[in-house]
Design a protein. Structure first.
Length: 98
C-alpha cells in the first residue's frame, strides 16, 4: 500500500455486516443467513459480504476525514449521508483501485 501511495487503516468490524448501507438501520435481523443481507427497515437485499465491504470502506473514509479535521470518527459501519466525497490525493482504504 505504501508503494502505491495508499493508507492501511484498522476499522473495527462491529456491526459492519448488520448495518444497512442505504438507510443506516442496524439489526441482527438484517442478516439472518451467512450470504444474504435484507434490511428490515428499508428492504434493501444484497450479498452480505458486499454490504460488509461497503460499510468497512465508509468507516475507513470517515476515519481519514476525521483525522484530517480533528473530529472524533463515527462508529464503524455507520454513515451520516448517502455519499461521502473523498479528499483529493488520498486513495481508497485498503483498496488500491476501485
Amino acid at each position: 500500500m505504501e508503494w502505491r501511495g495508499g493508507w492501511l487503516l484498522v476499522v473495527p468490524p462491529r456491526n459492519t455486516s448488520r448495518t444497512c448501507p442505504r438507510c443506516g438501520h442496524v439489526s441482527a435481523d438484517n442478516r439472518r443467513t451467512q450470504a444474504r443481507f435484507e434490511c428490515v427497515e428499508c428492504g434493501l437485499v444484497e450479498n452480505a459480504d458486499l454490504v460488509g465491504a461497503i460499510n468497512v470502506l465508509r468507516a475507513g473514509h470517515a476515519r481519514i476525514a476525521c483525522e484530517v479535521s480533528g473530529i472524533k470518527p463515527p462508529a464503524a459501519g455507520t454513515h451520516r449521508s448517502g455519499s461521502f466525497r473523498f479528499k483529493p490525493g488520498l486513495s481508497a482504504v485498503g483498496i488500491s483501485e476501485l
